[in-house]
Design a protein around this ligand. Structure first.
Ligand SMILES: Nc1nc2c(ncn2[C@@H]2O[C@H](COP(=O)(O)OP(=O)(O)O)[C@@H](O)[C@H]2O)c(=O)[nH]1
Ligand SMILES: [Mg+2]
Length: 358
């Protein structure tokens, strides 16, 4: 016997998968001491009964919660019942092949605090997924990487199949919404190293998926809640404030240079646009992205150059949207410009956070 591991499995109407699942876990973990904790949200197909009937032969515990309260919260509740220092989480429907568990254990054994079975590293994939499902999955991960920068080092931060050391979640209060418990742990947990192990997400073995549009909305709510908790919403608000200050710099200089210095207004405009870009940059560097400043003058000018390019392209985005809305949708040009400003702000922010202040 080596490492002891507790495996938490949330279930809702998975009767047809439970026996095969437990057998395969037992086989995969024949060299380990383990326990399985099912957190069942009062399935009405007898899932809990099937699981409980296995307990004389296998180390299985079944916790029944009243009402269907969601996958991620089921895992959080499950943490209260584990007895091992190493904790695994997986689905019940055999989309997560139990044979991968020993590989995750190996990563934990070699020092990883979090080991993730990942669809998006070498050796990973998704069986039988259509284009739409792939786009949604990748889009969800892109959004997490964009809006929660600390998840960027993980290729599959929304995997439902992973293992952690108990101390990762020992001192944290987890408040997930919806499905993605790993995202919550990656943001709120305490850890040093994360390892990802490639695996193929299989097609469902029996029963049916509970994933629907509701979960997609919950995902957005979850990201919003994490952004709020981690100060990323405040960061975006600061970026918008700096943008407003840039308009003042731009208009003020345009007026001063044209009226008092006597420059041709287009020359004044060129100087005042560039000046506002530079003042925006300095304010953002100190005020919006203080945590992203790398030491050294070179990186300062590198960031300035990148931000400048972002803003010039942003001007193109602004004018493109203005043109589209006005010429193709027949919207009054001053109203279209509001759309142009929103689009350019989103563009500037996205590129700033992904590139200029990476
Ligand atoms: N306890 C609990 N488990 C759930 C709930 N919703 C889904 N599950 C379980 O979570 C796992 C993944 O759900 P599934 O519907 O297969 O999601 P998909 O793989 O993304 O389509 C399965 O083991 C489900 O039985 C829920 O509300 N409560
Ligand atoms: Mg599934």
């Amino acid at each position: 016997m080596s490492t002891a591991v507790s495996i938490i499995i949330p279930t809702y109407n998975e009767r047809d998968n439970i026996i095969a699942l437990v057998r395969r876990i037992d086989q995969a973990l024949s060299n380990y001491e383990y326990e399985i904790i099912f957190i069942d949200d009062s399935s009405n197909d007898g899932t809990a009964e099937v699981a409980a009937a296995l307990s004389p032969k296998y180390p299985v515990k079944v916790i029944i919660r009243q009402n269907k309260r969601g996958l991620a919260s089921a895992v959080v509740d499950g943490l209260g019942y584990v007895k091992s220092e190493v904790i695994g989480v997986m689905d019940a429907d055999l989309q997560h092949p139990p044979e991968v568990i020993p590989q995750l254990l190996k990563e934990i054994g070699s020092g990883a605090d979090v080991a993730i079975a990942s669809r998006y590293v070498e050796g990973g994939g998704c069986q039988g997924w259509g284009l739409m499902r792939r786009i949604i999955s990748k889009g969800a991960i892109f959004l997490a990487h964009l809006l929660l920068p600390s998840t960027r080092k993980v290729k599959d931060p929304v995997s439902g199949f992973f293992m952690i050391n108990r101390r990762v979640v020992g001192n944290t209060e987890l408040k997930p919404t919806g499905y993605k418990i790993l995202l919550e742990i990656l943001i709120e947990g305490e850890f040093q190293s994360v390892a990802e192990v490639g695996y193929t997400f299989r097609t469902r073995s029996g029963g049916e998926s509970k994933l629907n549009a509701r979960q997609q909305i919950d995902y957005l709510k979850h990201i919003y809640s994490l952004m709020r908790r981690k100060g990323e919403l405040v960061r975006f608000a600061k970026f918008c404030l700096v943008g407003l200050s840039g308009i003042l710099v731009n208009m003020g200089l345009l007026w001063l240079l044209t009226e008092f210095v006597g420059l041709f207004y287009l020359l004044s405009a060129a100087i005042s646009i560039e000046s506002s870009i530079i003042s925006n940059f300095i304010l953002n560097d100190f005020f919006t992205f203080p945590d992203r400043r790398l030491p050294g003058a070179k990186s300062f000018f590198g960031r300035l150059l990148k931000y400048n390019l972002v803003c010039v392209a942003g001007l193109g985005v602004n004018m493109g949207v203005l043109w589209l809305l006005t010429d193709f949708l027949g919207i009054f040009y001053l109203v279209s410009e509001l759309g142009g400003i929103v689009a350019a702000t989103l563009w500037n922010y996205t590129l700033s956070i992904l590139w200029a202040w990476k």
